[in-house]
Design a protein around this ligand. Structure first.
Ligand code: 0A1
Ligand code: ZN
Length: 884
């Protein structure tokens, strides 16, 4: 869409043309329309005069004509909400500029120029948290994807790489610490209470990697010696009182640096590496060159306030951002359609890192659980898109589980096909070939092809097609041969009605059911719609273990006898496959009951099989508790809903809870014994202690369903005895779902104990809004009025409302009140923080896959949002796609 050009008045001021005209649909940006930028911007100097309410920015850009692009004498410098106060070209003030939809348009006569522009911004008014904003008295930036244009006019696109020099200047008392990318090369003080610092980043980078931070911060400092013997100064910057909670983040950083050298041959390339923690942040963290900015949630931890899960998440996110230094910064993206180039690859890298730091099988199971609960529903809903999307209106909406997590799975498949060593040759070639460039997903695939020696022609379809492939399989046995018949379908998704088969690498093993062993794992790759593979040497029908390690991100449809699943749950030597067998056992049972293919009279039979498998897991001495904990997790309600064409959330919830209650009461003694045994394990950071904490709370969860009074007493005791947040939060989670006085007492205690600690207060909100309590909806309504609740802080908003969207009794309440609550939230939040508001649209967008009464209610809420005037581009895009 062409926004009408706004003529400039001679003195450079401008008037808004047609300010009150009809709102128009935001422009659709298409991948195929990519053109290189007509200008190169090799150098940028930025001078900031910093203030919370007023920051003045003077930029100086050297621009040269780009010989590799179609030439244009006009240069478009993106701007969002900016007014140019001064514009000079080669030192001469000019007034021939114009604004086009916020962008500054200049005509340049020659091939090389110096453009200087002055802008002024109000960081304290920036509630979107994009660009330069104030957070608790400090200033910080977020520029990915298109935040830099809210600071100064610039070609704000990832294929324009520049070296940055930054001068920061501001009041010393308000901002004693001044940080930006790269190295600090000079600093000084003035007589008027201000001071300044000069930062130079020698590595060319796109504007989305620019960062600055100014504030009253203290640092946890350390050093790292790189593989070539260079010393790097590390610092993690936080508010004064938070310093003691940075040790784990620092350990994680040093481990990440070492790991990337060993696993991918990547060495750090600056003399300093700074991390800053901020409490107002839209996402998890940001990989700005040499100056990562983190949500406090992914930095601060001690045993009293952070759970084992929080510790793992910190390690993973610190790793993720650090790994971006190569996969994202040294090699960046040509355009935002290539986002998975850096994100999919970096997620894979952080997954491999975490696997190496802890339990690899447990990590794999956790990653698959995230994929299935977050990405599979995305892939089967109205917002489905390929890992490399073809179009968007607002790029912030494409930071998705598909681009990140499915993107990682796609690259993991290449690694499976090549084997780890040859894959490493591919990634080495990729980094070598594209260092210093803005690359594409195609570049990555070609480097893996060339470096690893693979033919990935057909494989490229994984980048093109959305939707989770379904593989149906049947194992036939005749004579001494077992034949595996496979068939794949890739379901239609919005804009992609017809799909082509994709290569699906399946790791499999065929077990002899007598010996419980197999003759080695095989890798078969299904490339056609239908294909069969034969295996000889089986006088008896073997038991098939397939998609081991979740070698392909597909959903497998098969009729497996429960006894085979029980066999695999007990015997499979692939930990993921064991977990999968437990999941399949439960999914098959619940799906059968919910669809009516299993009569209620047969419920008992299915439960008995599940109960036997659970009892075996509880008793199996060869399992460590971390793995035992995984095997005891029931498939989640969203994953179960995915298994049905049309889901009834209330029925799914009721049937799943009823199975939980049956297990809790049937295995009451076993769960109580596990709880007792695990409670005796010495607390600490060992895997044993972590495992013990995991199964302890799980035992409480089942007992809460099957023997609630006993569970409440045990949970209250666990809460009181806790010397760590994992035990305390686990116990409180169980109590929050139950009625009774302990619930109220412990919720009050928890709040009083931790009031003032924002991250723990977030937990307090989330525990209540995710609870199994029948009145969850009323609780959330009341919490929205709590003095600690604010729409201004994304962590707080997410902690109150995101868990709520997963509650059958709250969000999916038959009255539609839960849906209304989320729609009201979106409408209230959209003018404050559109990016965060738009993230709440997808739970409403599931209407096509939900029973008709709720479907109509969901649709009505989407339509109500769509009709609201002045909707942001973010929310508008998500709502119209959801209705589409
Ligand atoms: N590149 C970051 C994610 C990120 C994206 C956008 C942001 O703006 C609000 C912030 C962070 C990552 O993958 O960690
Ligand atoms: Zn990332």
């Amino acid at each position: 869409m062409d926004i009408a050009r706004t003529p400039s008045t001679p003195d450079g001021n401008f008037e808004m043309a047609d300010a009150a005209t009809e709102p128009r649909e935001p422009a659709l940006i298409r991948r195929e329309d990519y053109r290189p930028f007509p200008w190169l911007v090799p150098q940028v100097s930025l001078a900031f005069r910093l203030g919370l309410e007023k920051t003045r920015v003077k930029s100086a850009l050297t621009v040269n004509r780009n010989a590799r692009a179609d030439h244009s004498s006009t240069i478009r410098l993106n701007g969002d909400g900016l007014t140019p106060l001064e514009v000079t070209v080669d030192g001469e003030a000019i007034n021939s500029w114009s604004l086009d939809g916020g962008d500054l348009m200049l005509t340049l006569a020659g091939d090389s120029h110096l453009i200087e522009i002055v802008t002024e911004i109000d960081p304290s008014a920036n509630s979107q948290l994009m660009g330069l904003y104030a957070s608790g008295g400090m200033l910080c930036t977020q520029c990915e994807a298109e935040g830099f244009r809210r600071i100064t006019f610039f070609p704000d696109r990832p294929d324009v790489l520049s070296t940055y020099k930054v001068r920061m200047e501001g009041p010393r008392d308000a901002f004693p610490v001044l940080l930006s990318n790269g190295n600090c090369v000079a600093r000084g003080e003035a007589d008027d209470g201000t001071h300044w610092a000069d930062w130079h980043d020698p590595w060319p980078k796109p504007s989305y990697l620019f960062a600055l931070v100014a504030g009253d911060l203290v640092a946890n400092r350390d050093t790292f010696i790189t593989m070539s013997g260079r010393k790097v100064d590390l610092a993690i910057w936080v508010r004064e009182g938070d310093l003691e909670r940075t040790a784990h983040a620092m350990d994680s950083l040093k481990n990440s640096m070492k790991w990337d050298e060993e696993a991918f041959g990547r060495e750090y390339d600056l003399d300093t590496f700074n991390i800053v923690a901020v409490s107002d942040f839209n996402m998890g963290a940001m990989e700005n060159k040499g100056l990562n900015v983190f949500n406090t949630k992914y930095v601060l931890a001690d045993r009293e306030t952070a759970t084992d899960g929080d510790y793992d998440a910190i390690e993973g996110v610190i790793g993720h951002e650090y790994f971006h230094n190569w996969s994202g910064n040294r090699v960046t993206c040509r355009d935002w359609f290539q986002l998975s180039l850096k994100e999919g690859f970096t997620v894979l890298r952080d997954q491999l890192f975490s696997a190496d730091m802890g339990s690899a099988p447990v990590k794999r199971i956790e990653d698959v659980r995230i994929l299935r609960s977050a990405q599979f529903p995305e892939d089967s809903g109205p917002l489905a898109h390929p890992i490399r999307p073809d179009s968007y209106r607002e790029i912030s909406n494409f930071y998705t589980a598909t681009v990140y997590n499915k993107g990682a799975e796609v690259i993991r498949m290449m690694r499976t096909l090549a084997g780890p060593e040859r894959f490493r040759e591919g990634t080495d070639l990729y980094f070598e070939r594209h260092d210093g460039e803005a690359a594409t997903c195609e570049d990555f695939v070609r480097a893996i092809e060339d470096g690893a020696g693979l033919d990935l022609k057909q494989f490229r379809r994984w980048y093109e097609q959305a939707g989770t492939p379904k593989v149906s399989l049947r194992l036939e046995h005749q004579g001494d041969t077992a034949t595996l018949h496979l068939e794949q379908t890739v379901p239609p998704t919005p804009g992609q009605p017809d799909k082509q088969p994709v290569p699906i690498p399946l790791r499999l093993a065929l077990f002899d059911r007598k010996t419980g062993r197999h003759d080695g794992e095989q890798l078969v790759t299904l490339t056609e719609t239908r294909q069969s593979f034969s295996f000889s040497g089986f006088s008896q029908p073997p038991v098939l273990s397939v998609n081991r390690g979740f070698s392909a991100p597909v959903s497998i449809e098969r009729e497996t006898a429960p006894e085979d699943l029980v066999f695999l749950a007990a015997n499979d030597d692939d930990a993921f496959a064991r977990y999968e067998a437990m999941q399949d056992l439960v999914v098959g049972h619940l799906r059968g009951l919910l669809s009516g293919s299993i009569g209620k009279a047969e419920r008992g039979e299915g439960r008995e099989a599940i109960g036997r498998a659970f009892a075996a897991v509880l008793a199996d001495d060869s399992l460590d508790d971390l793995m035992r904990g995984e095997l005891l997790i029931l498939p989640g309600e969203s994953y179960l809903a995915e298994q049905m064409l049309i889901a009834d959330p209330a029925a799914i919830h009721a049937e799943r809870e009823s199975l939980k209650a049956w297990l809790g009461s049937t295995l009451e003694g076993e769960f109580a014994a596990v709880h007792e045994r695990a409670s005796a394990v010495e607390s600490g950071n060992s895997p044993e202690a972590k495992g013990a904490r995991k199964v302890k709370t799980q035992a409480l969860v089942y007992l809460a369903a099957g023997a609630p009074e006993r569970s409440a007493a045990m949970a209250a005791a666990q809460y009181d005895a806790a010397d760590n947040m994992t035990d305390r939060q686990g116990a409180l989670m169980v109590l929050t779902g139950l009625a009774g006085p302990e619930r109220t007492h412990k919720l009050i205690d928890f709040y009083n104990r931790f009031r003032g600690n924002a991250l723990v207060v977030d937990k307090w909100f989330a525990l209540q809004s995710s609870s199994l309590h029948p009145q969850v909806l009323e609780h959330v309504k009341a919490l929205a009025e709590h003095p600690d609740f604010t729409l201004k802080n994304p962590n707080r908003v997410r902690s109150l409302y995101m868990p709520f969207t997963g509650t059958a009794r709250g969000f999916h309440a038959e009255s539609g009140e839960g849906y209304r609550m989320i729609a009201d939230l979106i409408l209230a939040l959209d003018p404050i923080n559109p990016q965060t508001a738009a993230r709440f649209v997808s739970p409403l967008g599931r209407w096509r896959r939900i029973e008709p009464v709720r479907a109509a209610l969901l649709r009505a809420e989407l339509e109500r949002i769509a009709a609201a005037p002045g909707l942001s581009r973010d929310t508008h895009e998500q709502v119209s796609r959801s209705l589409g």
